[in-house]
Write a protein that binds this ligand. Structure first.
Ligand SMILES: [Zn+2]
Length: 418
């Protein structure tokens, strides 16, 4: 039977919505993070092995033996998330000299990002627990995905979008039937919706304003799929890190595989943050007890530009022998251009995992002979303004034949990526 246990005081709660986290810690004036716990044993191991042996399907519910709800529940929704491609990317070797590197390409999810896994579960659980509506605070991807799953589930949805969000994100929220609000005061609006009106926040696990312990559970399915596709465990998995939920979820998935005796080891989990927005990196390298809150995080990789992060991500890095590397915006853009030149268009935050592979190699965090997986989390296609501002060649309006002739000859002389 699955329950929620407090990571701080250890008290156990039945499955439910706790809008301030652990009730016992709240009463003591503290913030306790709740996490889903399971009784691991032979029956779970057998059921998980059966899931690996069954035909592959695009749904996180394939692994519902290790989720807090099952696919048989009438409230369970899916849009075909998960089962994303693992692509061997030898062509990355001229960017980071790694012998064996794979891309876990999460851009092929229904709304083109890894958040879809989290929302398949969070929206289903929220609906089962009779939440009055779903609310998301977002720079873009998270909100578009929440709107898609809420719309499909038939529950009201409000998406609080950052001023920096792209017009595509706003259009997606509206198209899926969500109510989009662009505001610089999103946290205050979130608190009002959650604590005054009883809405369910599909935010991160460690969010003191409105924690949601369910998203990380769905991210575990990335670990199960990697274990399946690689027929074992890689040496390191490199993950873009904002709140750190994705990082912790992937780690927890591998930890469970080890606990159930299916895997012998756990890969090193390596988080990537931008130099101008690296609270988790500061906390990890300076051995801080709490993740600092930055007054002015600054990076063009907006999806990983959070002012703070959750402590579970630090546990993932510490316990797996991993690290948190920081990369500059210029390194992120170079990785994004390199990926796009090989037909993989990811957003800047996602490119940080590839930039992080190169930085990790230079820092000795990973070795060139390691088997590495870089998780690329979201498509670049949703950042139209940012992409066009970075483009050096590509869009021409009604040019003359002479202009086209000159352009073709110029391009022929340029070195092509190989
Ligand atoms: Zn507690």
């Amino acid at each position: 039977m699955t329950r929620l246990a407090c990571r701080d005081c250890g008290r156990v709660q039945s499955l439910g919505i706790y809008p301030r986290g652990c009730p016992a810690c709240t009463q003591a004036g503290k913030h306790g993070i709740l996490e889903v716990t399971y009784e691991y044993g032979g029956a779970v191991r057998t059921a998980l092995q059966r899931a690996f042996d069954s035909p592959r399907a695009h749904s996180v519910w394939r692994f519902d033996v290790l989720l807090p709800m099952t696919a048989r529940d009438a409230h369970a929704v899916t849009l075909g998330e998960g089962g994303t491609p693992l692509v061997e990317a030898g062509w990355l070797s001229d960017f980071a000299s790694l012998q064996t590197v794979f891309l876990k390409n999460e851009t092929s999810n229904p709304t083109w990002c890894s958040k879809d896994r989290a929302h398949a579960l969070s929206v289903s659980v929220g609906r089962a627990l009779k939440a009055r509506g779903m609310v998301a605070v977002t720079t873009g991807n998270h909100g578009a995905s929440t709107a898609a799953y809420s719309g499909h589930a038939g529950v009201p949805c409000i998406v609080l979008l950052a001023v920096e969000s792209d017009v595509i994100h706003r259009a997606m929220v509206a198209a899926y039937g969500g109510a989009g609000i662009v505001s610089a005061h999103r946290e205050a609006l979130l608190r009002h919706l959650v604590h005054e009106l009883g809405w369910f926040a599909v935010t991160s696990m460690g969010d003191a304003d409105a924690p949601n312990p369910f998203g990380v559970e769905a991210y575990k399915t990335i670990a199960y799929e990697l274990f399946e596709d690689l027929e074992g465990v890689p040496d390191a998995v490199i993950v873009p890190a904002a709140s750190g939920d994705l990082l912790y979820g992937v780690y927890k998935g591998f930890r469970e595989l080890r606990e159930l005796g299916l895997a012998q080891t756990c890969p090193r989990l390596i988080g990537c943050q931008a130099e101008g927005a690296a609270p988790l990196a500061h906390a990890f390298h300076d051995r801080l007890n709490d993740v600092p809150v930055l007054s002015q995080p600054k990076t063009m990789a907006i999806s990983i530009g959070d002012a703070t992060g959750g402590k579970p991500a630090l546990e993932a890095v510490q316990d797996s022998g991993g690290d948190i590397v920081t990369v500059t915006d210029e390194e992120i853009l170079a990785a994004q251009r390199h990926l796009a030149s090989h037909g993989v268009l990811v957003e800047t935050a996602s490119a940080s995992s590839v930039a992080g592979a190169a930085a990790g190699l230079r820092a000795g965090v990973i070795r060139s002979r390691d088997k590495i997986v870089c998780v690329v989390t979201g498509s670049g296609a949703k950042w139209s303004t940012q992409l066009l501002s970075q483009t050096t060649a590509g869009v021409y309006l009604e040019p003359s034949p002479a202009t086209v002739w000159n352009l073709a000859h110029t391009l022929e002389k340029l070195p092509q990526p190989g």
